[in-house]
Design a protein around this ligand. Structure first.
Ligand SMILES: Cc1cc2nc3c(=O)[nH]c(=O)nc-3n(C[C@H](O)[C@H](O)[C@H](O)COP(=O)(O)OP(=O)(O)OC[C@H]3O[C@@H](n4cnc5c(N)ncnc54)[C@H](O)[C@@H]3O)c2cc1C
Length: 595
């Protein structure tokens, strides 16, 4: 199995040239985040990922986590990785220094997350959820709860989990049944949660579960759900650990991938009730949890990028080594990278990854601008942009991750299908990413319903204007090298504009239209957002080359990658548009009995 090497050069290209790192560094609150510091941070993250996290990835897959005596037994060696991770101060990266954080931009945390997830996705889920829990506690919990729990989550001394799902409540969280009974200064939680990632382990001496439950007087449905902190061990007034709380892992799931990440059934209150503390107002749990989920959605979108990169690195190496067949103009047998069809697959991986990376980072940058920009107007623009892009990053990058990790297997031929090479692990690990944190369908409906229809397409219009501005700049270059790309990019923006117009004109007359077209709409938008980022990369690359940059090969490869994206991804836009304007008629025409 090939090991992972963080693609630092590509990461710095996107950080510095496409996601406005220098502008973010100049924002209030980020004065200390100098370019030198950020370079050192990314290089150090790469060292830890390449040298410590990645080597345990395959072993984690082969061994898997298990439950014994109501305790999760993690894969051997994972506790040591976790210690190294905490000693490096990594959990604290994007948090406020006043709470023990390092005060670095979300953009930098996003780049670090790409690296962790590619090196060892099963492991990286643990700090990813802890970070999300810390964000939710920071925004919604009382000062008293923050004082107890936040510094420990930020330092990584304790980990955090997200407990939403129950057997009858998956996509439909309104069906949550777990109960919370008020007591003097706390609540008693009873119920069962399923599929809880890293629900238990022995890396830390406490775990902070964030749990959705219902108060006795709760209204039915989504407006009756509250959020609670339920620690594995109670915390005494002096901060020391007290009694074991009444929450235990019952079992872990046997599953397709991410074997080293324990996916737990968690039982609350088998012995009278688990002590919990209310976060935020009663019945406002979904809003609080959305803070955590939006955070996690961006992070899971990044997993789509990461697993594609990991799979690509392995496929690229194999394609250079494996000898098979003959190629035109070559003497003797050749390595398979000489075959045009293998090139096609590698280029789909390479250019798709570059587009995803830029889109993920630009989305993370919007999060920074939305919090730190100097005017309310810029903040508002980025609040809307982050909201619009988040479901696209989550769903498009993870769907593309399926395609690209499958190509990673295909490039290996039969050796991809057997476990020995490790290519199959990436394909299996990738599969969960379109399911958890809201399935692709749920993300696409969020995009269509809440982000496009609800504001009558205003945020989308702003985005289209930004895309058109880049189109104008590409056209102004008047460069025959990129004429075809320019044409396809322009057609793609037209397709997205037409799809948006069609949606806004038809959603009222055809109630099934939004649900029927949502995924194609999201895929269209992802594809064109990717084209937008590739167009921006072309502008940078052309500029660098014209100014005599000393690494012209690197920039030339960015232009070729964008041209390939124009030739092989952007033409998909017209197919997505064709499906969208077909509406719901044939999708909904069969009776249930006809299936
Ligand atoms: C490995 C793993 C880790 C997980 N980690 C966590 C965790 O840490 N915490 C946690 O709380 N949960 C976790 N989950 C749960 C995960 O978030 C859910 O599985 C996911 O949200 C989907 O819910 P479900 O499985 O009940 O599927 P369902 O909701 O039953 O969906 C089944 C299918 O129906 C579609 N569907 C459902 N409702 C609609 C609708 N209204 N309109 C259109 N289509 C619809 C879905 O898109 C999907 O294709 C995890 C799951 C797994 C497998």
């Amino acid at each position: 199995m090939s090991e992972y090497n963080a693609p630092s050069k590509d990461i710095f290209f996107v950080l510095n040239e496409l996601s406005a790192l220098s502008e973010i560094n100049a924002l209030p609150g980020f004065e200390d985040a100098t370019p030198d510091l950020i370079e050192a941070v990314i290089e150090e993250a790469a060292r830890l990922a390449n040298g410590v996290l990645s080597p345990l990835n395959q072993q984690g897959d082969e061994t898997g986590a298990k439950v014994e005596d109501k305790k999760v037994i993690p894969v051997a060696g994972f506790a040591d990785i976790y210690s190294a991770f905490v000693e490096g101060g990594w959990p604290a990266l994007p948090f406020d220094p006043a709470r023990g954080g390092q005060g670095l931009p979300e953009l930098v945390a996003c780049a670090a997350n790409e690296i962790w997830q590619a090196a060892n996705m099963s492991f990286a889920l643990c700090p990813m959820l802890t970070e999300g829990a810390a964000v939710a506690v920071n925004i919604h919990a009382s000062e008293k709860l923050k004082d107890i729990f936040l510094p420990k989550l930020i330092s990584g001394e304790w980990t955090g989990t997200m407990n939403l799902t129950e057997s009858q409540a998956g996509s439909e969280l309104a069906a949550v049944k777990t109960k919370a009974e008020p007591r003097e200064d706390h609540y008693l939680i009873t119920g069962q949660k399923i599929f809880i990632t890293w629900g238990d382990h022995d890396f830390t001496d406490n775990i902070v579960h964030l749990v959705l439950a219902r108060l006795p007087d709760a209204p039915a449905g989504i407006k009756g759900i509250s959020l609670f902190i339920v620690p594995k061990y109670l915390v005494n007034q002096d901060g020391s650990l007290g009694e074991r709380n009444d929450v235990y892992p019952v079992s872990v799931e046997h599953k397709l991938g991410i074997h080293a990440s324990p996916t737990c059934i968690m039982s609350y209150g088998d012995n009278g009730g688990a002590v919990g503390y209310l976060v935020g107002e009663p019945h406002s749990g979904i809003a609080c949890m959305f803070t955590m989920m939006n955070h996690a959605r961006l992070a899971v979108g990044v997993q789509g990028l990461s697993i594609s990169e990991r799979s690509y690195q392995q496929a690229r190496e194999y394609a250079k080594e494996r000898t098979q067949g003959h190629a035109i103009g070559q003497e003797g047998r050749v390595s398979i990278i000489h075959h045009a069809d293998v090139r096609r697959m590698l280029m789909l991986m390479k250019s798709g990854i570059e587009a995803m990376r830029a889109l993920c980072y630009v989305c993370a940058a919007s999060l920074d601008f939305s919090h730190h920009a100097e005017t309310d107007e810029i903040k508002a623009k980025h609040v809307a942009r982050f909201a619009l892009l988040t479901p696209v990053v989550k769903a498009w990058c993870t769907e593309l991750g399926q395609e690209l990790s499958s190509l990673g297997v295909q490039i290996h031929g039969g050796m991809g299908y057997v476990e020995e090479t490790g290519a199959a692990q990436h394909f299996r690990d990738a599969r969960i990413t379109t399911i958890y944190e809201g399935t692709t369908g749920i993300q696409a409906m969020d995009l269509v319903g809440r982000k496009v229809i609800r504001d009558s397409g205003k945020s989308m219009q702003n985005l289209l204007e930004d895309m058109r501005e880049i189109e104008g700049k590409i056209s102004a270059l008047d460069d025959k090298d990129i004429k075809t790309f320019e044409q396809r990019y322009s057609n793609g923006i037209d397709a997205l504009e037409n799809a948006t117009k069609w949606l806004l004109e038809n959603y009222q007359s055809d109630a099934d239209a939004p649900g029927s077209v949502a995924v194609n709409f999201m895929m269209l938008m992802g594809t064109i957002c990717g084209g937008w980022q590739m167009a921006r990369a072309v502008l940078v690359a052309k500029d660098k080359i014209s100014k005599g940059d000393d690494d012209p090969d690197f920039y030339q490869s960015k232009i070729i990658s964008a041209r390939f994206y124009g030739d092989h991804y952007l033409p998909r836009a017209s197919a997505y548009l064709g499906s969208i304007v077909a509406g719901s008629e044939s999708t909904m025409a069969l009776d249930e009995a006809q299936f």
